[in-house]
Design a protein around this ligand. Structure first.
Ligand SMILES: [Zn+2]
Length: 306
């Protein structure tokens, strides 16, 4: 009799509940992401089977976060953590360690690297000494801004979630396909909107728009920051203004957390305009889903280039 009960229990443990029931909060995977872009993409895959929180706020510079205790509390009870990688969110390692949560440490199944399999831009040929201050030592980490890479990123997230909840893999796959179908439809509109500006040169504040600009055939001609994370010297800005005048560059793209004062001064001197785009999902009004976010950036950029 006792043996029988054990067998039934074992069978239940392997197969899970026998009938599909509405998702209870306790059944949801608790996922933490380092940035809001990854939160949006994790929600697109996980749907109502996940509860997602982002460590960085949408208006923050993700390079700049500190591993504060408040972040560790967010990670303490997480089943999984989704990381951007490429040195953007190194601080999340410290957070994961400090949270004392074995689910999310290096090598744990709940550790999801969203950058797997991506073709990374601007990988340095020689090692960059981080003491020089360059915050992109492993190449450009801002791939989430390119909607063309969302298929690979959501695939990575799907594999991670399915590792933890294999019984829900089919649902994750269906959610992802539906999301990608909507994205593809939007991509058609975005390509059309930016088509007239193919080849147009644009200056950026922080070098985080490269994937986005490249996707739509625009050219990043320079940056306000001298190197990623390093504020400009006066001589750098003089050179940049001259270049912008010569090449008739009309737009400087800047993040909400960027040094808007400097950007506006340079724009004015060069006869250009500053376009504040949403650097992360949720950074500006009406950008609270992945597709709305890209949509807003495409429209604002097209407007600025007009
Ligand atoms: Zn950066």
């Amino acid at each position: 009799m006792r043996r029988m009960t054990l067998l039934v229990l074992a069978a239940l443990a392997v197969c899970g509940p026998l009938s599909a029931s509405p998702t209870l909060a306790a059944d949801k995977l608790r996922v933490v992401t380092s940035i809001t872009d990854l939160k949006a993409l994790t929600e697109a895959v996980g749907g109502d089977l996940v509860e997602v929180d982002s460590l960085a706020r949408s208006t923050q510079n993700a390079h700049d976060l500190e591993a504060r205790p408040s972040l560790m509390i967010k990670v303490r009870r997480a089943d999984a953590i989704v990381l951007n990688g490429l040195d953007l969110d190194d601080w999340a390692d410290v957070v994961a360690q400090g949270a004392n949560n074995p689910n999310v440490i290096v090598g744990a199944p709940g550790r999801i690297d969203a950058s797997r399999g991506l073709l990374v831009l601007e990988v340095p040929r020689s090692r960059i000494d981080r003491s020089m201050g360059d915050v992109h030592p492993a190449g450009n980490p801002h791939y989430t801004l390119d909607p063309g890479l969302a298929a690979q990123v959501t695939q990575n997230i799907l594999e991670g979630l399915a590792r933890l909840a294999p019984q829900n893999r089919a649902t994750f796959e269906r959610n992802r396909q539906q999301f990608l179908a909507r994205l593809e439809e939007a991509m058609g509109r975005w390509n059309k909107l930016l088509e007239p500006y193919k080849g147009a040169p644009v200056v950026v504040n922080h070098n985080m728009w490269l994937y986005f600009l490249t996707r739509f055939g625009l050219v990043q001609a320079g940056s306000i920051e001298e190197r990623p994370g390093i504020p400009p010297t006066p001589s750098h800005l003089v050179k940049l203004v001259n270049q912008m005048k010569q090449e008739r560059i009309k737009v400087i793209v800047v993040e909400p957390w960027g040094d808007l004062k400097t950007v506006q001064r340079v724009a004015q001197e060069a006869g250009a305009q500053a376009a504040v785009l949403a650097s992360s999902v949720g950074a500006l009004k009406g950008t609270d889903s992945y597709i709305n976010w890209v949509d807003s950036n495409v429209k604002m950029l097209a407007q600025a280039l007009k």
